[in-house]
Design a protein around this ligand. Structure first.
Ligand SMILES: [Zn+2]
Ligand SMILES: [Zn+2]
Length: 344
């Protein structure tokens, strides 16, 4: 089968691998669409925190597909079922797993990192890690269920957003765009901020979704925020930038008594000035990963056509040249590239 394999730091190639054979307790999935996300890009560049991943490795963890075979002991799924995998596998036995907090499991393993992933025509998975895709939801759309589940967690589970709230989403990467789309679908008044380089593809994509944008390197952010929020500041700010300046900007532009939800990994924020956060009784919270429930929410949001998935998914990159998709992603020339394994 054709597979996208990482062979060295910043080096990937399409190569031929043997089709995996499912164990008695596993499902064989014929992959249709597989997306590229920020963590795949980090793994590709093999940056700090990702050098433990053994290579060569078949990459990929966000995908949709169809059950192609089931092991003898599998009763929950049958050949032909449309499915997505929950690719962050919790252990089920640690304190957090037993405490209903499996998104912060102490021992999780990620498909495509701890083991071979889904940038391939076939992959094997245990049925407990699968969700059935609603019948009328196309597999191309369902390929983004996992990143969308990160967004449904951030907005529905972790934030206080209600319809009519003014919301700032910092960072127009895939998670930022999906967080904005979910908040917009609830009737919040959303604006997405980005940098100069985001003006080429990502901010126009957000505009295409009908959501306003702000380029912090071009626009005067203070006067924009004052005009948009009547000088009050945003009710809720989501930081998806993965940079400490995102947290600083969030606490500066959230209103007193408002909420900041940190979704990206900002690194060292040890010089963050806390006094105005306390004086404004600003709630700073976090959102990490997602749960079974957040996956089901993501599938329902898409099945109800609540967000414009077709505009977000970019299937213009071919599996024949995976490097092009990764380099374009790193250059912000695309937002959510998705490989099609249907016609390879
Ligand atoms: Zn991902
Ligand atoms: Zn656990």
């Amino acid at each position: 089968m054709k597979s996208i394999v990482q062979t060295a730091p910043r080096s990937i190639e399409l190569s031929e691998r043997d089709r995996p054979v499912p164990d008695d307790d596993e499902v064989l999935v014929r992959v249709h669409y597989a997306g590229l996300c920020g963590s795949d890009a980090h793994a590709y560049t093999y940056e700090e925190g990702y050098e433990w991943i053994p290579i060569p490795r078949i990459m990929g963890h966000e995908y949709s597909g169809e059950v192609a075979a089931v092991g003898d002991d599998v009763t929950e799924f049958a050949v032909g079922d449309p499915v997505v995998e929950e690719p962050i596998h919790d252990c089920g036995t640690c304190f957090q797993c037993k405490n209903g907090q499996e998104n912060v499991c102490q021992n999780f393993e990620i498909t495509g990192m701890h083991n071979d992933g889904a940038y391939a025509e076939y992959t094997t998975v245990e049925p407990d890690d699968l969700h059935r895709i609603p019948a009328d939801l196309p597999l191309r759309q369902a390929s983004i269920t996992e990143p969308l589940s990160i967004a449904t967690r951030a907005v529905f589970t972790q934030s206080t957003v209600t319809p009519g709230d003014t919301v700032l989403v910092e960072g127009p990467g895939p998670i930022g765009v999906l967080v904005a789309a979910v908040a917009d679908s609830m009737g919040a008044n959303v604006v997405v901020s980005g940098l100069g380089k985001d003006g080429a593809y990502r901010l126009p994509l957000v505009e295409e979704l009908g959501i306003d944008t702000l380029n912090v390197e071009v626009d005067d952010i203070d006067s924009y925020v004052d005009a948009r929020t009547d000088g009050i500041g945003f009710d809720v700010v989501f930081d998806t930038t993965g940079h400490k300046s995102g947290v600083e900007m969030a606490v500066e532009h959230v209103r007193k008594g408002g909420q900041v939800v940190v979704v990206g990994l900002p690194g060292d924020t040890s010089d963050l000035f806390m006094t105005p956060i306390v004086r404004g009784e600003i709630e700073v919270t976090t959102s990490y990963g997602s749960t079974w429930r957040n996956f089901e929410q993501a599938l329902r949001v898409m099945a109800n056509d609540a967000i414009d998935v077709d505009t977000i998914v970019d299937t213009s990159y071919s599996v024949d040249d995976p490097t092009a998709a990764f380099e374009a992603f790193l250059n912000s020339e695309t937002c959510k590239p998705v490989f099609s394994f249907v016609d390879v």
